[in-house]
Design a protein around this ligand. Sequence first.
Ligand code: UD1
Length: 422
Amino acid sequence: MDHIIIEGGQTRLQGDVIIEGAKNAVLPLLAATILPTTGVSTLTNVPILSDVFTMNHVVRGLDIAVDFDQANKTILVDAQGQILDQAPYEYVSQMRASIVVLGPILARKGHAKVSMPGGCTIGSRPIDLHLKGLEAMGANIRQEGGDITASGKLHGARIYMDFPSVGATQNLMMAATLAQGITVIENAAREPEIVDLAIFLTKMGANIKGAGTEVLTITGVDKLHGATHQVVQDRIEAGTFMVAAAMTSGDVLIRDAIWEHNRPLLAKLMEMGVEVTEEAQGIRVRSDLSKLKPVTVKTSPHPGFPTDMQAQFTALMAAVKGESTMIETVFENRFQHLDEMRRMGLKTEILRDTALIRGGQDLQGAPVMSTDLRASAALVLTGLIAKGSTTVGQLTHLDRGYYQFHTKLAKLGANIRRSSEV
Ligand code: UD1
């Protein structure tokens, strides 16, 4: 099993780093390629990640041709002709996000059978909002034998979401593109990945208004055609490198990072005293760790502080002298990385959704295990500032969402390597 080994303590990251296309954008974009009955769809700027391979398998399982040209970071999908209506357990069970194929399959075929996605370490993650929305659009839904079976001809509906779920918004938006009549989704998620999906669907011939706001209005059309789309940049990968630069007194240009998408993170970095500037080629992050101040951060749906940056930001809080507070409101069990960071000497107290972090203490390298995707990045970042050697295991989590993470950090000056020998 692979490990990442970091010799930390003295690292000052410098240089520039290239960001990939967003994992959380490409997964629903791939689900959207199920919809068109004519033409081929092409996605460019696709990140080479294990979650992308999993989603490709899910789509192929429907008898759809998926060709991933990794050298050119391009995926071609041909969903013309007859497709199947069942997404197999083998791949759906590997990745919760595969539930977003339910809406497109149902909308196109009038019937869909998708395995219930499995549990998740960061919380219970129900899919009630996905199912309630589809029911409001006329779907008949049954759950049995670990599968969700949905059937019926979809019609427009007015749907209020109790919580602005990203996945549910995507599922319903895709289903509504082929439903008869107008669907209004209120309290919709506003993440940049929702906007990216709406742009792609619109290129396919869908009629969607309001993407990026709380109210989405989708007027159903009879059919969609294939389209070409460049996947938006990964704001979470970009944010991870911003944090890495900040906590190592670094000076890093994050190429092609989009200010607008990272606004809540940038605001907190500036509040801490980190210098962030928008340049023609991206966002530059410069910092002097000794001058940074502790802050309080609360995660919430976009445009709030992203829960997917919470773990990495706690690594920065650990580096900054003083007491910082992190409040996690999106997922109920997303502080597991702090237990691993305690093994490196972190002083932290957790009470329900709030973690108090006493930063600026000397941290020592230690063997640690990734507990989830973003936790794995946070542990690597902590390894950069801990004295001595840190070994991060369970890299399957990291590989779901970061392409060549250690290589990119090494290029910025980190003493880091990946090994399968530990
Ligand atoms: C997406 C992201 C994930 C990110 C999360 C929140 C992808 C592939 N994944 O996940 O990286 O951490 O958004 O920004 O884009 N909920 C319900 N019922 C539902 C659906 C969700 O109660 O039917 C709850 C969840 O338990 C959770 C919250 O809503 O507490 C947010 O979940 P959601 O926005 O749906 O996250 P995902 O789409 O799964």
